[in-house]
Design a binder for this molecule. Structure first.
Ligand SMILES: Nc1nc2c(ncn2[C@H]2C[C@H](O)[C@@H](COP(=O)(O)OP(=O)(O)OP(=O)(O)O)O2)c(=O)[nH]1
Length: 199
């Protein structure tokens, strides 16, 4: 019986990526007030990269402490555009405003994952993806949001790069899976190294 793997995340896309890779795992959603932690760390001047790492660690810890024998994966993703941090849009209007703010510019997605076992973090990975968004017309942004709401409400960038969102970008530098919120290949590497997955 291989070691239990827990995904401490409510993210459907993260779960989908593990399922598609045939990883045996359970989901246990972390009870963390992300917005409060995010606001306080940003107020202290924390960088987007370190913010994502701190939140990923908090989520993996919160769940992992209750499952010390498991490998518990916590994740987080922060979008940074010219020093402004964006979160998942709550309304189509917020999605339109957010995409308008990113239009014609570059932004970074900072994706972090931390694995917790036996009461402590045993592995971590941070990945940055740089994305260059085309200059988009207001009418296209409006129709994009209308066509893709509410699916894009679960993305911190208000886009789904695996769907119509690919049209928004002229260039992407970085790992595709990290855009979707999970440094998948690096996590699989570690799970194989630990003998939790066979190859
Ligand atoms: N399907 C899709 N999801 C994306 C894309 N870009 C970002 N995301 C998702 C991945 C994450 O679920 C979400 C980033 O927000 P968080 O890191 O706070 O995760 P979330 O609140 O979804 O779940 P969690 O905090 O782990 O319970 O955005 C994309 O292009 N396509």
């Amino acid at each position: 019986m291989s070691q239990k793997i827990i995904l401490a995340s409510g993210s459907a896309i993260r779960a989908e990526l593990l399922t598609r890779a045939d990883v045996p795992y359970e989901v246990v959603k972390p009870r963390v007030d992300e917005e409060m932690v995010r606001a306080s760390l940003l107020a202290e001047g924390e960088s987007p990269r370190n913010l994502a790492d701190a939140l990923a660690q908090l989520k993996s810890e919160r769940v992992g402490m209750k499952h010390p024998d498991a490998l518990t994966i916590g994740c987080d993703q922060v979008l940074d555009c010219e020093g402004k941090v964006f979160s998942k849009p709550e309304t189509p209007e917020q999605a339109r405003d957010q995409i308008s703010a990113l239009s014609g510019k570059g932004h970074s997605l900072h994706t972090a994952a931390v694995i917790h076992e036996g009461g402590r973090p045993v592995w971590r990975k941070s990945a940055e993806v740089k994305l260059t968004m085309r200059t988009l017309s207001d009418s296209y942004i409006g129709s994009y949001v209308t066509r893709n709401w509410p699916a894009i409400s679960w993305s911190c960038g208000a886009y789904q790069v695996e769907a119509e969102g690919s049209r928004l970008f002229s260039r992407i530098d970085g790992d595709y899976f990290a855009i979707l919120g999970l440094p998948l290949l690096e996590i699989l590497d570690y799970l194989i190294l630990r003998g939790a997955l066979e190859t």
